[in-house]
Design a protein around this ligand. Structure first.
Ligand code: FAD
Length: 352
């Protein structure tokens, strides 16, 4: 296929995963990012294959997991930086019901790659409060999110395909797809929770879900695994841990709050009466959608203008596969998954 020139607005997880996929397919990319990121760079970057509440696998887990694992390992080479960290998540079970679900599921073939069967050691685990036993997850990992964002900024800037600036709507002609005098074949908006402040896709329901985490230092919390119950405890090395995360719907405010700090401290106390000092508190905003599915696809009226957004709480798991699917749709006309397609909203608005 002939190489095309694609303009991407926003160089967070959505924009960068798409850019790498486009480059791998031989296209040319230009990115615009104002260099102020409050999601991709703030994230804990955890990839947890399970949804513990119902003890189910994450949506489309197998496809997403395979692509994500390959993508971040490849990114380590491209960005010349350690990003991919396998980690065992130890779930401290919260009830007899959850324990029963775990025992049942872990015996099923479709869960074998993700749940270990409970053993005596898991039942007797005493490095955290243990009322109903504990279980370990396989295949989980975390990405060093801040480095992922910073290294991508440097990589695309060095390759002269990233401009650090606010997207200038008055310098963009949507009929010709000319931006600042340069003509593009396609334009993709990947602006995360700031979508309502960017023209063209404002009528789509991206919610702004504020999230806060703490960094703490403790000599008492185990560092070999990531404890989980009510909150996650991610070991970062040298007795430093990330504790998260809170959820506040429809709140784009970037101020850290005492209420969130107290919530996280309280949740951590469910895992143990650990001694620790708080190092700092991080705040970000996730781009989420009420139906918990991302939004991908072409604008209802402007040809060759696309959206890639709504990565929500599991962005690091989903982005690599979705970037591929968007590319196949843009260049080969392959329909998008109905659950992620922008059409589900355009149909409701009678725009498609
Ligand atoms: C506290 C917290 C913890 C999280 N933890 C996890 C986790 O453990 N695992 C996980 O998978 N996910 C996690 N997430 C979610 C994950 O971070 C998001 O799904 C993902 O980063 C969203 O990426 P994005 O590219 O859509 O948006 P963003 O990262 O917000 O990127 C959008 C980019 O667009 C740019 N931009 C916006 N408007 C303009 C404009 N007008 N002009 C120029 N540039 C513009 C911004 O500068 C920004 O860099 C967490 C999020 C938060 C807030």
């Amino acid at each position: 296929m002939e190489s095309q020139h694609v303009l991407i607005i926003g160089a967070g997880l959505a924009g960068t995963s798409l850019a790498h996929e486009l480059l791998a397919r031989g296209h040319r990319v230009q990115m615009v990012d104002r260099g102020e990121n409050h999601s991709t760079a703030i994230a804990a970057g955890m990839v947890n294959p399970m949804v513990f509440r119902r003890m189910n696998k994450s949506w489309r887990l197998e496809e997403f997991m395979e692509d994500a694992t390959k993508f971040y390992q490849e990114m380590e080479k491209v960005l010349a930086h350690k990003l991919f960290h396998p980690i065992v998540i130890r779930r401290m079970l919260s009830s007899e019901q959850e324990r029963k679900y775990w025992i049942e599921r872990s015996k099923l073939p479709e869960f074998q790659d993700y749940l270990t069967e409970l053993n005596r050691e898991d039942d007797d685990y005493n490095l955290a409060k243990n009322s109903f036993g504990s279980g370990r997850l396989k295949a989980s990992f975390w990405i060093d999110a801040k480095s992922y964002y910073d290294r991508n900024q440097a990589y695309f800037a060095e390759n002269k395909c990233l401009t650090k600036e606010e997207f200038q709507a008055d310098e963009f002609n949507e009929n010709t797809l000319i931006y600042k005098g340069i003509s593009y074949d396609k334009v993709v908006f990947c602006v995360g929770y700031q979508q309502m402040n960017t023209p063209f896709f404002q009528d789509l329901p991206i919610q702004q879900t504020k999230g806060q985490t703490l960094r703490i230092r403790s000599e008492e919390i185990p560092e070999e695994e990531s404890l989980n119950r009510k909150c996650f405890v991610l070991p970062l090395g040298n007795q430093v841990f990330r504790i998260g995360a809170t959820y506040e719907w429809d709140n784009p405010d970037l101020t850290p709050t005492e209420a969130a700090k107290h919530e996280l401290v309280e949740h951590l106390s469910v895992l143990g009466n650990f001694h620790y000092e708080i190092i700092d508190q991080q705040v970000g905003v996730r781009p989420t959608v009420l139906d918990r599915r991302p939004i991908l696809g072409e604008h209802h009226a402007i040809k060759n203008m696309y959206l890639f957004n709504g990565l929500g709480t599991k962005g690091y798991l989903m982005a690599p596969t979705l970037a591929k699917e968007l590319c196949r749709h843009m260049f080969e006309g392959i329909p998008l998954d109905k659950e992620t397609s922008i059409d589900r909203f355009y149909k409701k608005l009678n725009l498609r």
